[in-house]
Design a protein around this ligand. Sequence first.
Ligand code: MIC
Ligand code: SF4
Length: 644
Amino acid sequence: MGLSISQKIIREHILSGEMKEGSEISIRIDQTLTQDSTGTMAYLQFEAIGVPRVKTELSVAYIDHNTIQSGFENADDHKYIQTVAKKHGIRFSRPGNGVCHQVHIERYGIPGKTLLGSDSHTPTCGGIGMLAIGAGGLDVAVAMGGGPYYLSMPKICQVILKGRLAPWATAKDIILELLRIMSVKGGVGKIIEYSGDGLAFLSVPERATITNMGAELGATTSIFPSDEVTRSFLAAQGREGVWVSLIPDDDVVYDQTIEIDLSILKPLVAKPHMPDNVVSVAEIAGLKVDQVCIGSCTNSSLMDMLKVAAILKGKTVHPDVSLVIAPGSKQVFTMLADSGALTDMISAGARILECACGPCIGMGQSPRTDAVSLRTNNRNFYARSGTASASIYLVSPEVAAVSALSGVVMDPSQGGEPPVISMPSSFTVNDNLVELPAASASDIVVVRGPNIKPFPINVPLPESLLGKTIVKLGDNITTDHIMPSNAKLLPYRSNIPYLADFCLTPSDPEFPARAKANNGGFIVGGSNYGQGSSREHAALAPLQLGVKGVIAISFARIHMANLINNGILPLTFVSPSDYDRIDLLDELEMKDAHAQIASAVMGNPITIDNLSKGFSFSVNSTISERQASILLAGGLLNFTRQFT
Ligand code: MIC
Ligand code: SF4
């Protein structure tokens, strides 16, 4: 049986386990990336591991998330990351250089290599045929130290793209269509591999839009072949030397196949508050718009920006609309300036932001009360914009730009020709904002600000876990619910005690107080619990509040790994109907925890007693032997320390 693209990369990098769907494998990581909102914690953990210099081929620390400096905290964290990077062999991408994923694909990604990033949109680099995976900061710290990355061997899902996009339909519409088909949990446990004759018409930035937003499917990663399109992109970046061809064998047997006919795709939109709530733009045409945000790691490439500039040229943004634009990188920004396209944007009334995540993570530009905000981002989760009453709609840059001019949602395919923009034969390359690490670490002093507080480390698993149900939640709870992030909270990413007071507040404002009053306990959730980001703060804050276990119908991949890494038990209902039999403040007990965890590794269910209601129910924990040992030790740091 032939191998798919990702199976070929895994075969080259596998360190342990068998490439058999569902079994735990470990792989060698060639490159890592971090960004600042997860990076501070990742580097604190890297320091705790105690490896003097990274052992990867390349590790880059980006500053792109926490860029509003309304107090000392973010600037302090930036200085910490800059100095810790310099000391330990990591390149430092200064603020102003751009969003990690955009810069990484432009300057560092290599087809056929592995990349682990402390950000869920790391799969963006799958657009050039890299096996790029998002993970919690601790997993990335371990990989920087030369340790393997463990994952459960995913299923391989083939998506065949047929034909060519019609005018005004875009790469964003391809991934929105896939979200409509598969839903936000349809990709869990899968790698999405793209193929088909349609690939020839999709440039690398377009492919990257698709692999980027594969994160919203819950997929482990997404990947395109490395072909002539990839080669010419890398050549235009002055990096043709790193190109290798990477295509699947002819006789691959895929676990799932989905076909999309590109020629019939229309502009699509994801309505509030889920990226899979997809309808055609035509269906909501005419809706009055208050804000339009163009940018984010999904749609901030030069091609996207040039199209937007061409639409805005010579026009004026509607008086009721605030249009903000954040180019993805310094390369994009300078090329916009040099070509005059930036002038077209400014003249039309666009408010130009620095090249960073910005509004996508609520780092500024929170919309007004009850606003309708059209964004080119990948996530429209409840309250993520910083304004809980706002409605965020996810669209392509083209739909965003035409709607910014008209003041209402517009389906551009109803009339007019789209701007024709072609890929430049060469990009402007200037890596002057990337600092190289020091040759010798001895004279580098790591600078730590006063906002860096000790992070919680769990205790070894007790023999019996006893606690109340301190919250009961529905399906698709995101990490933005569990650990909200916005301009007010992001500066506290290195201060878990402070953040814990905001844990789960978008779902239940009383949760932190209730958790404290009951000395922690259990979280009960629905399906796809913890979808979204890689932030391990969504495990650390519950740990700070004494959460012992999360019992859910199903989990998102990265969050489940983060729970285990912090010694919090991820348990799934054997019979989902038991979910209905548990009420808030029910007292739950898991007896013989050690024996039950050991037996869960063999696939046996775990028994939990509901002491308040007088019944027992079964849960599963789909963990490997290694993960069981981590849970028994009280988390990965404790587990690792046993051997040092
Ligand atoms: C996001 O898009 O949600 C973030 C902010 O980039 C997160 C990382 C974080 O929470 O710092 C992600 O995607 O992993
Ligand atoms: Fe930044 Fe938004 Fe991309 Fe996350 S999704 S990395 S916040 S631009």
